[in-house]
Design a protein around this ligand. Structure first.
Ligand SMILES: [Zn+2]
Length: 108
């Protein structure tokens, strides 16, 4: 198997450490998969965040100020919420501004 960039450096490292080829390949594959996964999840979050930012301020405030908490019923999000996207639309995840419980809100 041919590697490029940092994977090639890793491969050289494994070889000079006396690792056999099969073991080195397994480690590098895991590394490649992990990098691919992180890249993908990073892009997904960024896309969701961009979509969220493209909404008018009033619309965002409406969602942020109208979430449901199992303890407090209608509540708002505390600062530090996150945005992700799933097949129903954007999901805001964060904490209840009143009691700190984890809450989420689907925005469609
Ligand atoms: Zn609450």
């Amino acid at each position: 198997m041919k590697y490029t960039g940092k994977y090639r450096k890793l491969a050289d490292q494994f070889r000079s450490d006396g690792c056999d080829e099969a073991l080195a390949e397994r480690f590098i594959r895991e590394e490649i998969e992990r990098d691919g996964y992180e890249k993908k999840s990073g892009l997904t979050d960024l896309a969701a965040y961009r979509e969220w930012q493209s909404w008018p301020e009033e619309r965002r405030q409406l969602y942020l100020g109208n979430a449901f908490c199992s303890k407090c019923s209608v509540t708002s999000f505390a600062p530090g919420y996150t945005i992700r996207k799933d097949r129903f639309g954007l999901i805001v995840e964060g904490k209840c501004a009143v009691c700190g419980s984890r809450i989420a809100r689907c925005c469609d």
